[in-house]
Design a protein around this ligand. Sequence first.
Ligand code: GLU
Length: 296
Amino acid sequence: MKHDPLLAIVANRPKLRPSMVRTRFAPSPTGRLHLGHVLAAQVAHDLARRHGGAFLLRHEDIDSTRVRDHHYAEIEEDLRWLGFRWDEPPLRQTTRLEAYAAAIAQLRSMGVIYPCFCTRKDILHEISAMASAPQGPEGPLYPGICRRIDPETVQRKLAAGATPAWRLDSRLAASLTGPLTFTDLHHGTVGVRPDLLGDVVLSRKDIGAAYHLAVVVDDAFQNISHVTRGEDLLPSTHIHRTLQSLLGFPEPLYLHHRLVTDGSGRRLAKRHDALAIATLRERGCSPSDVLAMLPH
Ligand code: GLU
Protein backbone atom coordinates (compact mmCIF):
# COMPACT_ATOMS: atom_id res chain seq x y z
CA MET A 1 0.00 0.00 0.00
CA LYS A 2 1.23 3.50 -0.83
CA HIS A 3 2.59 5.39 2.19
CA ASP A 4 0.02 7.91 3.27
CA PRO A 5 1.40 10.56 5.68
CA LEU A 6 -2.10 11.48 6.76
CA LEU A 7 -3.00 7.99 7.91
CA ALA A 8 0.41 7.62 9.53
CA ILE A 9 -0.25 10.68 11.67
CA VAL A 10 -3.75 9.51 12.52
CA ALA A 11 -2.56 6.01 13.39
CA ASN A 12 -0.07 7.42 15.90
CA ARG A 13 -2.80 9.22 17.78
CA PRO A 14 -4.67 6.94 20.13
CA LYS A 15 -7.50 9.48 20.59
CA LEU A 16 -8.44 9.40 16.91
CA ARG A 17 -9.77 6.37 15.13
CA PRO A 18 -8.00 6.06 11.75
CA SER A 19 -11.01 4.46 10.10
CA MET A 20 -13.20 7.40 11.01
CA VAL A 21 -12.17 10.45 9.09
CA ARG A 22 -14.91 13.04 9.59
CA THR A 23 -14.67 16.47 8.05
CA ARG A 24 -17.03 19.41 7.78
CA PHE A 25 -17.65 22.46 5.64
CA ALA A 26 -18.96 25.28 7.84
CA PRO A 27 -20.20 28.31 5.90
CA SER A 28 -22.16 31.17 7.44
CA PRO A 29 -25.50 31.79 5.72
CA THR A 30 -24.73 35.49 5.38
CA GLY A 31 -24.23 35.55 1.62
CA ARG A 32 -23.84 33.45 -1.53
CA LEU A 33 -20.99 30.97 -1.86
CA HIS A 34 -17.98 32.07 -3.89
CA LEU A 35 -14.92 30.24 -5.16
CA GLY A 36 -13.16 30.54 -1.80
CA HIS A 37 -15.96 28.61 -0.13
CA VAL A 38 -15.88 25.98 -2.86
CA LEU A 39 -12.19 25.35 -2.22
CA ALA A 40 -12.91 24.92 1.51
CA ALA A 41 -15.77 22.52 0.72
CA GLN A 42 -13.62 20.59 -1.75
CA VAL A 43 -10.69 20.17 0.68
CA ALA A 44 -13.01 18.80 3.38
CA HIS A 45 -15.02 16.67 0.97
CA ASP A 46 -12.04 15.11 -0.81
CA LEU A 47 -10.23 14.31 2.42
CA ALA A 48 -13.29 12.47 3.73
CA ARG A 49 -13.91 10.63 0.47
CA ARG A 50 -10.25 9.58 0.09
CA HIS A 51 -10.41 7.86 3.43
CA GLY A 52 -13.92 6.46 3.25
CA GLY A 53 -15.00 8.93 5.90
CA ALA A 54 -17.92 11.28 6.39
CA PHE A 55 -18.32 14.81 5.04
CA LEU A 56 -20.69 17.07 6.98
CA LEU A 57 -22.28 20.45 6.38
CA ARG A 58 -22.70 22.90 9.25
CA HIS A 59 -24.45 26.25 8.95
CA GLU A 60 -22.64 28.65 11.29
CA ASP A 61 -25.65 30.86 11.76
CA ILE A 62 -25.45 32.29 15.28
CA ASP A 63 -24.83 35.85 14.07
CA SER A 64 -28.50 36.63 13.61
CA THR A 65 -27.76 40.22 12.60
CA ARG A 66 -26.12 39.00 9.36
CA VAL A 67 -27.88 35.70 8.58
CA ARG A 68 -30.64 35.75 5.94
CA ASP A 69 -33.10 32.88 5.68
CA HIS A 70 -32.80 32.32 1.94
CA HIS A 71 -29.05 31.72 2.13
CA TYR A 72 -29.39 28.26 3.75
CA ALA A 73 -31.16 26.83 0.71
CA GLU A 74 -28.94 28.72 -1.74
CA ILE A 75 -25.79 27.35 -0.13
CA GLU A 76 -27.13 23.80 -0.23
CA GLU A 77 -28.27 24.21 -3.82
CA ASP A 78 -24.90 25.58 -4.99
CA LEU A 79 -23.10 22.72 -3.24
CA ARG A 80 -25.41 20.09 -4.74
CA TRP A 81 -25.04 21.61 -8.20
CA LEU A 82 -21.26 21.31 -7.83
CA GLY A 83 -21.65 17.63 -6.93
CA PHE A 84 -21.05 17.72 -3.18
CA ARG A 85 -23.14 15.40 -1.00
CA TRP A 86 -23.09 15.42 2.80
CA ASP A 87 -23.56 12.31 4.88
CA GLU A 88 -25.74 13.64 7.72
CA PRO A 89 -28.45 16.29 7.90
CA PRO A 90 -26.87 19.77 8.01
CA LEU A 91 -26.35 21.07 11.55
CA ARG A 92 -27.52 24.60 12.34
CA GLN A 93 -25.68 26.28 15.18
CA THR A 94 -28.85 28.11 16.21
CA THR A 95 -30.19 24.73 17.39
CA ARG A 96 -27.18 24.30 19.68
CA LEU A 97 -27.46 27.30 22.00
CA GLU A 98 -27.99 25.09 25.07
CA ALA A 99 -24.76 23.23 24.42
CA TYR A 100 -22.88 26.53 24.15
CA ALA A 101 -24.48 27.74 27.40
CA ALA A 102 -23.34 24.53 29.12
CA ALA A 103 -19.77 25.04 27.89
CA ILE A 104 -19.83 28.65 29.11
CA ALA A 105 -21.10 27.46 32.50
CA GLN A 106 -18.24 24.95 32.68
CA LEU A 107 -15.63 27.60 31.84
CA ARG A 108 -17.25 29.95 34.33
CA SER A 109 -17.03 27.38 37.10
CA MET A 110 -13.33 27.06 36.30
CA GLY A 111 -12.95 30.84 36.67
CA VAL A 112 -11.25 31.04 33.28
CA ILE A 113 -13.70 33.47 31.67
CA TYR A 114 -14.75 36.88 32.94
CA PRO A 115 -17.71 39.14 32.20
CA CYS A 116 -17.03 42.13 29.97
CA PHE A 117 -19.35 45.12 30.02
CA CYS A 118 -17.39 47.18 27.48
CA THR A 119 -18.96 48.70 24.42
CA ARG A 120 -16.94 48.92 21.21
CA LYS A 121 -16.53 52.62 21.97
CA ASP A 122 -15.07 51.94 25.46
CA ILE A 123 -12.51 49.60 23.91
CA LEU A 124 -11.48 52.02 21.14
CA HIS A 125 -11.24 54.83 23.69
CA GLU A 126 -8.97 52.78 25.97
CA ILE A 127 -6.78 51.69 23.05
CA SER A 128 -6.32 55.24 21.81
CA ALA A 129 -5.35 56.37 25.32
CA MET A 130 -2.64 53.69 25.68
CA ALA A 131 0.97 54.44 24.82
CA SER A 132 1.32 51.04 23.18
CA ALA A 133 -1.82 48.95 22.78
CA PRO A 134 -1.31 45.17 22.58
CA GLN A 135 -1.33 44.03 18.94
CA GLY A 136 -2.34 40.70 17.47
CA PRO A 137 -2.14 39.29 13.94
CA GLU A 138 -5.49 40.88 13.13
CA GLY A 139 -5.07 44.27 14.81
CA PRO A 140 -5.26 45.67 18.35
CA LEU A 141 -6.20 43.21 21.07
CA TYR A 142 -8.75 43.77 23.83
CA PRO A 143 -6.84 45.83 26.39
CA GLY A 144 -8.13 43.90 29.42
CA ILE A 145 -10.38 46.62 30.89
CA CYS A 146 -12.89 44.23 32.52
CA ARG A 147 -10.24 41.74 33.63
CA ARG A 148 -9.20 44.40 36.12
CA ILE A 149 -12.58 45.36 37.61
CA ASP A 150 -13.13 44.26 41.19
CA PRO A 151 -15.60 41.46 42.05
CA GLU A 152 -17.99 43.81 43.94
CA THR A 153 -18.41 46.02 40.89
CA VAL A 154 -19.07 42.93 38.76
CA GLN A 155 -21.70 41.72 41.23
CA ARG A 156 -23.34 45.15 41.31
CA LYS A 157 -23.53 45.36 37.52
CA LEU A 158 -24.89 41.82 37.23
CA ALA A 159 -27.46 42.46 39.98
CA ALA A 160 -28.56 45.61 38.13
CA GLY A 161 -29.41 43.42 35.15
CA ALA A 162 -26.45 44.15 32.85
CA THR A 163 -25.86 41.35 30.32
CA PRO A 164 -22.15 41.00 29.79
CA ALA A 165 -20.11 39.33 27.10
CA TRP A 166 -17.76 36.65 28.47
CA ARG A 167 -14.08 36.70 27.59
CA LEU A 168 -11.39 34.07 27.92
CA ASP A 169 -8.76 34.99 30.48
CA SER A 170 -6.01 33.89 28.14
CA ARG A 171 -3.19 34.09 30.67
CA LEU A 172 -5.05 32.05 33.23
CA ALA A 173 -6.03 29.58 30.50
CA ALA A 174 -2.35 29.13 29.60
CA SER A 175 -1.47 28.35 33.20
CA LEU A 176 -4.36 25.87 33.52
CA THR A 177 -3.62 23.94 30.33
CA GLY A 178 0.18 24.02 30.44
CA PRO A 179 2.03 23.87 27.10
CA LEU A 180 -0.07 22.62 24.17
CA THR A 181 0.49 21.94 20.49
CA PHE A 182 -1.72 21.27 17.51
CA THR A 183 -0.85 19.35 14.37
CA ASP A 184 -1.51 20.79 10.96
CA LEU A 185 -0.98 18.65 7.89
CA HIS A 186 0.77 21.56 6.12
CA HIS A 187 2.36 23.43 8.99
CA GLY A 188 3.44 20.48 11.16
CA THR A 189 3.40 20.69 14.95
CA VAL A 190 2.62 24.20 16.15
CA GLY A 191 3.15 25.43 19.73
CA VAL A 192 -0.08 26.95 21.04
CA ARG A 193 -0.12 30.59 22.11
CA PRO A 194 -3.41 31.00 24.01
CA ASP A 195 -2.88 34.78 24.13
CA LEU A 196 -2.29 35.21 20.39
CA LEU A 197 -5.67 36.89 19.88
CA GLY A 198 -5.88 38.31 23.42
CA ASP A 199 -8.88 37.74 25.68
CA VAL A 200 -11.34 36.78 22.93
CA VAL A 201 -15.10 36.90 23.38
CA LEU A 202 -16.56 33.41 23.88
CA SER A 203 -20.12 34.54 24.58
CA ARG A 204 -21.61 37.62 22.96
CA LYS A 205 -24.08 39.77 24.89
CA ASP A 206 -26.78 39.32 22.27
CA ILE A 207 -26.40 35.60 21.46
CA GLY A 208 -24.81 33.88 24.46
CA ALA A 209 -22.13 32.29 22.26
CA ALA A 210 -19.48 33.35 19.79
CA TYR A 211 -17.58 31.77 16.92
CA HIS A 212 -14.56 30.44 18.87
CA LEU A 213 -16.74 28.67 21.43
CA ALA A 214 -19.40 27.36 19.06
CA VAL A 215 -16.93 25.90 16.58
CA VAL A 216 -15.04 24.01 19.28
CA VAL A 217 -18.21 22.66 20.91
CA ASP A 218 -19.60 21.53 17.55
CA ASP A 219 -16.40 20.00 16.22
CA ALA A 220 -16.37 17.85 19.35
CA PHE A 221 -20.13 17.13 19.16
CA GLN A 222 -19.88 16.07 15.52
CA ASN A 223 -16.73 14.02 16.16
CA ILE A 224 -14.74 15.92 13.56
CA SER A 225 -11.36 14.21 13.11
CA HIS A 226 -9.89 16.78 10.67
CA VAL A 227 -10.72 20.46 10.84
CA THR A 228 -10.03 21.86 7.37
CA ARG A 229 -10.37 25.57 6.63
CA GLY A 230 -8.57 28.56 5.13
CA GLU A 231 -5.22 29.82 6.38
CA ASP A 232 -6.85 33.01 7.59
CA LEU A 233 -8.17 30.99 10.55
CA LEU A 234 -4.76 29.65 11.63
CA PRO A 235 -4.50 32.16 14.54
CA SER A 236 -7.93 31.03 15.77
CA THR A 237 -6.67 27.46 16.12
CA HIS A 238 -4.50 28.60 19.05
CA ILE A 239 -7.70 29.55 20.88
CA HIS A 240 -9.58 26.44 19.77
CA ARG A 241 -6.89 24.06 20.98
CA THR A 242 -6.84 25.88 24.32
CA LEU A 243 -10.62 25.54 24.64
CA GLN A 244 -10.51 21.84 23.74
CA SER A 245 -8.02 21.29 26.52
CA LEU A 246 -10.06 23.30 29.07
CA LEU A 247 -13.32 21.56 28.14
CA GLY A 248 -11.78 18.06 27.97
CA PHE A 249 -12.53 17.59 24.26
CA PRO A 250 -10.47 15.38 21.93
CA GLU A 251 -7.87 17.02 19.72
CA PRO A 252 -8.63 16.96 15.99
CA LEU A 253 -5.99 17.26 13.28
CA TYR A 254 -5.95 20.48 11.26
CA LEU A 255 -5.44 21.35 7.65
CA HIS A 256 -5.32 25.08 6.91
CA HIS A 257 -5.36 25.50 3.16
CA ARG A 258 -4.31 28.39 0.93
CA LEU A 259 -6.95 30.97 0.15
CA VAL A 260 -8.41 31.77 -3.23
CA THR A 261 -7.42 35.32 -4.15
CA ASP A 262 -8.70 37.78 -6.71
CA GLY A 263 -6.59 39.20 -9.58
CA SER A 264 -4.82 41.60 -7.20
CA GLY A 265 -3.98 38.98 -4.58
CA ARG A 266 -6.74 39.90 -2.14
CA ARG A 267 -8.68 37.17 -0.37
CA LEU A 268 -12.13 36.60 -1.84
CA ALA A 269 -14.97 38.11 0.15
CA LYS A 270 -18.68 38.68 -0.23
CA ARG A 271 -17.87 41.79 -2.32
CA HIS A 272 -16.54 39.53 -5.10
CA ASP A 273 -19.93 38.92 -6.63
CA ALA A 274 -18.35 38.10 -9.97
CA LEU A 275 -16.95 34.95 -8.43
CA ALA A 276 -20.16 33.91 -6.69
CA ILE A 277 -21.16 30.43 -7.81
CA ALA A 278 -24.61 31.74 -8.74
CA THR A 279 -23.05 34.33 -11.07
CA LEU A 280 -20.72 31.81 -12.71
CA ARG A 281 -23.70 29.52 -13.20
CA GLU A 282 -25.80 32.26 -14.79
CA ARG A 283 -22.93 32.98 -17.16
CA GLY A 284 -23.14 29.40 -18.40
CA CYS A 285 -20.25 27.77 -16.49
CA SER A 286 -20.69 24.06 -15.81
CA PRO A 287 -19.85 22.54 -12.40
CA SER A 288 -16.58 21.20 -13.82
CA ASP A 289 -15.69 24.65 -15.24
CA VAL A 290 -16.13 26.08 -11.73
CA LEU A 291 -14.09 23.33 -10.06
CA ALA A 292 -11.35 23.81 -12.68
CA MET A 293 -11.01 27.45 -11.55
CA LEU A 294 -9.79 26.36 -8.11
CA PRO A 295 -6.04 26.40 -7.40
CA HIS A 296 -4.49 22.93 -7.61
N1 GLU B 1 -17.86 29.74 9.53
C1 GLU B 1 -16.48 30.03 9.25
C2 GLU B 1 -16.39 30.83 7.96
O1 GLU B 1 -17.35 30.87 7.20
C3 GLU B 1 -15.64 28.79 9.11
C4 GLU B 1 -15.26 28.29 10.42
C5 GLU B 1 -14.36 27.07 10.44
O2 GLU B 1 -14.21 26.38 9.42
O3 GLU B 1 -13.83 26.82 11.49
O4 GLU B 1 -15.35 31.42 7.72
